[in-house]
Design a protein around this ligand. Structure first.
Ligand code: GRG
Length: 324
């Protein structure tokens, strides 16, 4: 059961994140109006804001822990101020990845977040540029904010976060996972090469890169900005790695069981595209069991580091129970 107070927490964080996203994203007249409109079309389409909320909740968890490291943020408000740029940057990167993933050259999808996909409305060229713009602005934001006290220890934290997010988004993370996925799905046909098939291990490795890495980077970035110790960062990372796995298993189950109007995207697409998925490899029952086991391991990781009393586990349960 997800407590009422968590629903309020999510609502409040969404408002803070949405406000900051609009304050920090370039707007006309300095930004070309069509590009700004296209970036905002996807950003404002009603995403769950799971990753930025995870950034802020991880920062909260560090503040709430009694044995926080020297230099840790003193209050939740201070931690949020430090972590909010990373939260927004990750949402910008996530949104870019969805825009590019939906392009005809990739997943070729026409429905996302309950709306026609960006390229359907603005054309492929503007959709590619909107994605490029969001990705690039994310790193500009990370380098720039927070400004106050941006030297010494805080500058080191910012650099660690930039490195971590870049690694998660790049060739060893999301982009790499997407390349493995495209090859296995046969989207990329190269003459003379046979299409590789993914077994259960390969599937898990692909998802760990494609979606897991950014979810891990979200939680770890929040913990870094709040001044978490190395042991706390390691625990938050283990927690988020389990949450990333559960996120993907649930995504695959929803693709089988969900309805397009609830999902906000095309349902049944994995099977239609002949993609390897958890339900295909393990069946629905076993997939559900794997997801529940992941939640238990996530809870254990937090408990071992004394980080159990906060909203992180509510986020994990939200991911397990989500319907879109
Ligand atoms: C194009 C470089 C590049 C990468 C794309 C993440 C990704 C890589 C593609 C998304 C494909 C997809 C639908 C994967 C399933 C998991 C996923 C990321 C779902 C969307 O994330 P949510 O549910 O979306 O958090 P909202 O809209 O709520 O933000």
């Amino acid at each position: 059961m997800i407590p009422e107070s968590f629903q309020d927490y999510v609502k409040r964080q969404r408002e803070v994140i949405d406000h900051a996203l609009h304050a920090w994203l370039p707007a006309p007249p300095v930004c070309p109006p069509l590009l700004a409109e296209a970036m905002n079309y996807s950003l404002d389409a009603g995403g769950k804001r799971l990753r930025p909320i995870l950034v802020l909740a991880a920062a909260d968890a560090i503040v709430a822990a009694a044995d926080r490291a020297p230099g840790a943020a003193a209050s939740s408000t201070q931690a949020h101020g430090l972590a909010l740029p990373a939260a927004c940057a990750i949402e910008l990167i996530h949104t870019y990845s969805l825009i590019h993933d939906d392009l005809p050259a990739m997943d070729d999808d026409t429905l996302r977040r309950g709306r026609p996909t960006l390229h359907v409305v603005y054309g492929d060229g503007i959709a590619i540029l909107a994605g490029d713009g969001l990705l690039t602005e994310a790193f500009a934001l990370l380098a720039r904010e927070p400004r106050a006290g941006a030297e010494g220890d805080l500058a080191v934290r910012k650099l660690r976060v930039i490195e971590r997010i870049a690694a998660a988004a790049g060739a060893l993370g999301m982009v790499g996972g997407q390349a493995v996925d495209l090859e296995a799905a046969g989207t990329t046909e190269i003459p003379g090469r046979t299409r590789p098939s993914l077994d259960a291990r390969g599937l898990q490795a692909m998802h760990a890169m494609k979606t897991g890495a950014l979810i891990r980077a979200s939680a770890v970035s929040g913990a870094i900005m709040a001044g978490g110790s190395d042991a706390q960062l390691a625990a938050v990372d283990r927690f988020a790695s389990e949450v990333g796995l559960v996120f993907q298993i649930v995504d695959d189950i929803l693709d089988v069981e969900g309805a397009a109007d609830q999902l906000g995207k095309t349902a049944g697409k994995d099977a239609a595209d002949d993609k390897p998925t958890y339900p295909l490899l393990f069946g629905l029952e076993q997939s559900r069991r794997l997801a529940s086991e992941g939640i238990a391991r996530a809870e254990a990781a937090l408990g071992e580091a004394g980080l159990a009393e906060n909203h992180l586990m509510n986020i994990a349960r939200w991911v397990l129970g989500r319907k879109n």
